[in-house]
Structures are given as C-alpha cells and as structure tokens.
Design a protein around this ligand. Structure first.
Ligand code: GRF
Length: 167
C-alpha cells in the first residue's frame, strides 16, 4: 500500500497520480484543503485526522509520500515506514517553512527542489535527488515557487518510480 500525506494544495500528489503511480490512500491533517477535492476527483480515498494522522497509516504501507505535509513525524513512525518528502530548496540550504522567501532574501541565483528520505528532523534526511533552476531578477515568491513547482512535479514522480522498483 502506498500512502500520501498532505496538508494543503496537493499539486504534487496529483502530478504523482497522473504520472501513473498508484496511490491507495491520502491522509490529511486539515479538514478543508484542496488535496481532499483532488483525491475525490481522482477517485482516491482520503482520511482526515487533525492529530492522529500517524495512526491512520495502514500497517501494510510500503511507502509514505509527503506532499506538502506540514507536520514533523515521530522517530518511531519514520523508522517503521519508509517516508519521502519534497522540499522547495536545494537542501541543506533553506530548511523548514518559507524556503522560497528565504532563498530570495539570501539573494541566491540558483534554487531548486530536493527529494529526500524523512527522518525525525526538519528536512534533514538523506538526499535522494535534486533539480535546480535560475532565479530571475524580477522574480517574486509566487513566480519563483511556480517555477520550482514545475520541477517538483517531474522529479518527484520520477524518483518515486525509481524507489518503487527497489521495494
Ligand atoms: C511544495 O513546494 C513542496 O516542495 C513543499 O510543499 C509544497 C507543496 O505543494 N513540501 P503542493 O501542495 O504539492 O502543491
């Protein structure tokens, strides 16, 4: 069983499903999010639990895919279930929330996204794949995050397919 955990928009979740990866269940910790509508449209079961989201994951889960999931998972959880995440920066730079504004504030010229294993820290797990793009002079948070999102939608699906072949 493959589970996706998401707290918000869910565009990565949708891109993963549309790339042909079979996601069996979506778990969200927020009651009203776009990811719930996307799951409904795609015919995928979605469970909401504000606090007990970890115990909503079925025992027979082979891979947990985080896609904009805004909670830190317990050590026990990430040791039990292989869990991957995508983050909108070239880790280890700009961990945590607001990675895109952090990069703009720092004035870096190259940004990107990182697919990594999840450990009990905040964006500290082992890096699996990265993709970069340029920052343009006239970029703002919205335009830059949109460009990174485009990269995310491709690299996340590709990387998950590679991982699934090894499970
Ligand atoms: C993405 O930028 C991802 O890197 C970060 O949260 C955002 C989720 O976007 N972890 P979406 O909900 O998949 O559209």
């Amino acid at each position: 069983m493959i589970v996706c955990m998401a707290s918000g928009n869910g565009s990565n979740f949708e891109a993963i499903v549309k790339s042909g990866i079979k996601i069996d269940l979506v778990i969200t910790n927020r009651e009203t999010t776009r990811v719930i509508d996307r799951a409904k449209k795609l015919g995928i079961s979605c469970v909401f639990d504000k606090t007990e989201y970890e115990s909503s994951v079925p025992e027979n889960t082979q891979l947990v895919i985080l896609a904009g999931f805004m909670k830190i998972l317990s050590k026990e959880f990430v040791e039990k279930y292989p869990t991957v995440n995508i983050h909108p920066s070239l880790l280890p730079s700009f961990r945590g929330k607001n990675a895109v504004p952090q990069a703009l504030d720092a004035g870096v010229k190259i940004v990107g996204c990182t697919v990594h294993w999840v450990d009990e820290g905040m964006d500290t797990g082992k890096i699996i794949a990265q993709q970069s793009c340029e920052v343009y002079e006239d970029d703002n948070e919205h335009t830059l995050h949109a460009r990174i999102h485009e990269l995310e939608h491709k690299i996340y699906s590709q990387t998950i397919k590679q991982i699934l072949r090894t499970l």
